[in-house]
Design a protein around this ligand. Structure first.
Ligand SMILES: C[S@@+](CC[C@H](N)C(=O)[O-])C[C@H]1O[C@@H](n2cnc3c(N)ncnc32)[C@H](O)[C@@H]1O
Length: 251
């Protein structure tokens, strides 16, 4: 399985589209209805954007302690540079060995990170261990199997071959979470829409999607040429995007 080295793309990571689209977390809102003091852990927190935004959204609403773990020093350095408040604690660590005691957190989230875990079963076991009873685990991820017409896979087909080695199918993810001990529920959303080729070309040229670093420079350049060729006859293209929202409850 090939994987992205975030120490090579941390400079441009914050410019990617997904980083500008963070809303107040509905699971935190839900937990706050029953409990005023919460501990939240972001596993694979990257540059800390989720934690910093949520900390602002929930400022003054309950007592929330914010934590993150992240194995890339380069990503954490960006976090330290951007974060001027000390209410967020981050540690250099992997999901497979979470440096916190059992039953410590009320809520654990993985935002686009679980597919990087080299030992997913071990990582899910660790997340289960550090969650309290009645705690919630939420994964935010894509489902490559339902989005073969994503622009990335259409123009960079080698990325799809790599992604299906990293991402579990919905069934496998469900079974793995259930076997770990979680009461599991997965919501899937599939979108089909038309996108302008110009915007795709601009995004592809930035190469700040981690997926575009799974392939060689030659494969990447071939994709850029495929986009240019397609643009000679088409202003737009029909694309697919599929998202999964798995939830694990520790009963
Ligand atoms: C696509 S980024 C997402 C970062 C952040 N969650 C966000 O939404 O911006 C994936 C992150 O997972 C981290 N990661 C890779 N392997 C990991 C592991 N074994 N345990 C925890 N995080 C890992 C990467 O270093 C990277 O920061």
């Amino acid at each position: 399985m090939r994987d992205t080295n975030y120490s090579n793309i941390e400079d441009t990571y914050n410019e990617s589209k997904a980083q500008h689209n963070i809303n107040p977390d509905v699971h935190i809102k839900g937990l706050l209805q029953h409990k005023k003091a919460l501990r939240v852990l972001d596993v694979g927190c990257g540059t800390g954007n989720y934690l910093m935004k949520q900390q602002q959204f929930f400022e003054g609403r309950g007592q929330i302690e914010w934590f993150g773990i992240e194995p890339s020093e380069a990503m954490l350095e960006i976090f330290q540079k951007n974060n001027d408040n000390d209410s967020i604690t981050v540690k250099l660590a992997e999901a497979e060995a979470i440096p916190f005691e059992d039953n410590y957190f009320d809520y654990v989230i993985c935002n686009h990170s679980y597919h990087h875990f080299t030992d997913k079963e071990k990582a899910f076991g660790e997340i289960y261990r550090v969650l309290q009873k009645k705690g919630v685990y939420h994964i935010n991820t894509i489902h490559p199997y339902d989005m073969k017409k994503s622009w990335v896979y259409q123009f960079f087909p080698d990325v799809y071959q790599e992604d299906i080695l990293r991402f579990y199918s919905m069934d496998t993810l469900f079974r793995t979470l259930e076997t770990t001990g979680f009461d599991t529920k997965i919501e899937k959303r599939v979108y089909t829409y038309r996108r302008s080729m110009k915007s795709i070309q601009e995004e592809a040229k930035l190469r700040n999607y981690s997926q575009l670093h799974l392939i060689s420079d030659v494969e990447y350049e071939n994709g850029i040429i495929a986009i240019e060729n397609f643009m000679q006859f088409n202003k737009s293209v029909l694309i697919e995007h599929a998202k999964l929202y798995p939830i694990g409850f520790k009963s």
